[in-house]
Design a protein around this ligand. Structure first.
Ligand code: GLN
Length: 532
């Protein structure tokens, strides 16, 4: 039978529950357990696919085409195992299931209520992954903060599950903040005490407290928390601010969080965790031999979380090249034909980001034109590839008003157009081309060399595509379409051979880059930016 760890958050949001959950999982994995993580989000959207990145950061896409919370990206990057739709559930999805069942008459005339019907559906989904039998330990992160009205059904479900599964099989880790008051020069435990009270009033005694703090927890603070929050002193774990998210597993190891979890769940383990790959990653990350500057050209650059997976893929690729990648945020709205030279000339390469809608499009096109003409390494992802196609059409093929029909519906040269299967779809939620699709890379192409193979699977999230009516026209002018979907013939990658590095892809390679498996496209791009 699987063991369950629930991770809740208190005092404030943004304490990094996802990173703590992923770190605990990493340590348990390193001790030989098979572990997975799932996240339950208390909002009413059925999934985050329709959310603006300014609301909730990047939308992360899994192999099976689920549009999910960005924490799933951390889970995959830390654990190096894929997640799926089952790993991310929202209140919207829970209610949708229950309401659909009610309409089918499945509740046989009963009044449908939060308890037991909503909580039953939450519990069913909490157990779903464990029921596959693939995992020794399932970690469930509850989004939001304890005390929020929205979180209550989840907390209640955890309370019920502890009874149903036995408390020796369940564990609750509560992540809180222990603020430092500089005037008093003291760490304050009161907010944590209140947060634990809040959990207790819902029937849950946390087993472990992980305390985010800017200063180390003294013995007396640990004792105080142990006394007032009713848990063992060894169960009070300090989580100091870390220079990098990848340091957090090591900080938790130092605090013996893994051993505390293992003993509380009555598990047995190998003596030492095997973290050799992780440690060598950290070693290279902290001691880079070189440094480069890469421009990230996008329209959501004010919010770092909007491009989370791209930024992390650069960290992984940097380590693989023993090089620190300094990502310079460049707002595509601010790039014009006049200032593009000034904005890009100090950079070793640029990545033009994915996105939706018209805002900032012309700036992206200017940046790509500059890279193409000045042999500056260029990497385009999704909308970034579409902009590269438009730029080439306008400036090389001389199709002056070439555009994507996403931006100009009536354009005379729709070089990027709505995919056939998308025509007639009006609903926005979950209707894009989503998830992993196969792609054949042309033998001898630059991209096939980078991957070291010709058959790849990559994840997608888009409605528009390269318009194959223009295919020959582009090829004749030197833009090669090296990657093709074998079933639909959709163009998935483009490249210009006669250039230092000019590759753009319709899929999202950033979703598949992990600490242990940095993505080959990012690794090769960084290598070229570094070595010329
Ligand atoms: N907006 C474009 C499309 O839907 C690109 C999407 C993306 O960059 N993820 O095709």
């Amino acid at each position: 039978m699987a063991k369950y760890i629930f991770v809740t958050g208190g005092v404030t949001s943004s304490l990094g529950k996802g990173i703590i959950a992923a770190s605990v999982a990493k340590l348990l994995q390193a001790r030989g357990f098979s572990v997975t993580i799932q996240k339950f989000d208390p909002y009413i959207n059925v999934d985050p696919g329709t959310l603006n990145p300014y609301e909730h950061g990047e939308c992360y896409v899994t192999d099976d085409g689920a549009e999910t919370d960005l924490d799933l990206g951390h889970y995959e990057r830390f654990l190096n195992i894929p997640t799926s739709q089952a790993n991310n559930v929202t209140t919207g999805r829970i209610y949708q299931t229950v309401i659909n069942k009610e309409r089918e008459g499945a509740y046989l005339g009963k009044t449908v209520q939060i308890i037991p019907h909503i909580t039953d559906e939450i519990k069913r989904r909490m157990l779903l992954i464990a029921n596959t039998g693939d995992y020794d330990i399932v970690i469930t992160e509850i989004g939001g903060t304890v005390g929020d009205i929205e979180s209550l059904p989840y907390i209640e479900s955890i309370r019920q599950l502890r009874w149903e599964l036995g408390s020796q099989n369940c564990l609750t880790i509560h992540l809180t903040l222990v603020p430092y008051l500089s005037a008093a020069r003291e760490l304050k435990t009161k907010p944590t005490q209140h947060s634990v009270k809040e959990l207790l009033s819902a029937g849950i005694q946390p087993d472990i407290l992980v305390c985010r703090a800017e200063h180390p927890l003294t013995q007396s603070i640990r004792k105080k928390l142990s006394l007032f929050c009713n848990l063992a002193p060894t169960a009070v774990i300090q989580a100091l601010d870390a220079a990098s998210i990848y340091d957090v597993p090591m900080l938790m190891l130092k605090e013996k969080l893994d051993l505390t979890v293992i003993s509380m769940l009555n598990l047995t383990t190998k003596v030492t965790p095997d973290l050799s790959k992780w440690k060598s990653f950290l070693e290279f990350m902290k001691n880079p031999v070189n440094e480069i500057k890469i421009g990230l050209v996008g329209k959501y650059i004010e919010l770092q979380d909007a491009y989370k997976s791209i930024l992390e893929a650069f960290v992984h690729a940097g380590v693989a090249n023993k090089c620190k990648v300094n990502v310079v945020n460049i707002s595509s709205e601010e790039i014009t034909g006049k200032n593009v030279n000034k904005k890009l000339k100090e950079l070793n390469g640029i990545l033009v980001a994915p996105g939706f809608g018209e805002r900032g499009i012309e700036g992206k096109i200017q940046a790509i034109k500059y890279s193409r003409e000045n042999n500056l390494p260029f990497f385009g992802i999704c909308l970034g590839m579409q902009c590269a196609v438009v730029e080439f059409a306008r400036n090389v093929l001389k199709l002056k008003d070439a555009a994507s029909t996403e931006m100009i519906e009536e354009t005379e040269h729709p070089v990027i157009d709505l995919m056939e299967e998308q025509k007639g779809i009006n609903k926005k939620g979950g209707t894009m081309r989503l998830g992993a699709y196969p792609c054949n890379l042309q033998k001898g192409s630059k991209i096939a060399k980078i991957y070291g193979k010709e058959d790849i699977y990559e994840r997608h999230r888009h409605r528009y595509e390269f318009n194959n009516e223009y295919l020959e026209h582009f090829k004749d002018a030197g833009l090669s379409t090296a990657g093709i979907n074998p079933e639909s013939n959709l163009v998935e990658t483009i490249e210009i051979f006669d250039h230092k590095w000019f590759v753009a892809v319709q899929f999202h390679p950033e979703y598949k880059s992990t600490v242990e498996n940095p993505h080959p496209l990012f690794v090769d791009f960084v290598s070229t930016c570094l070595n010329g």
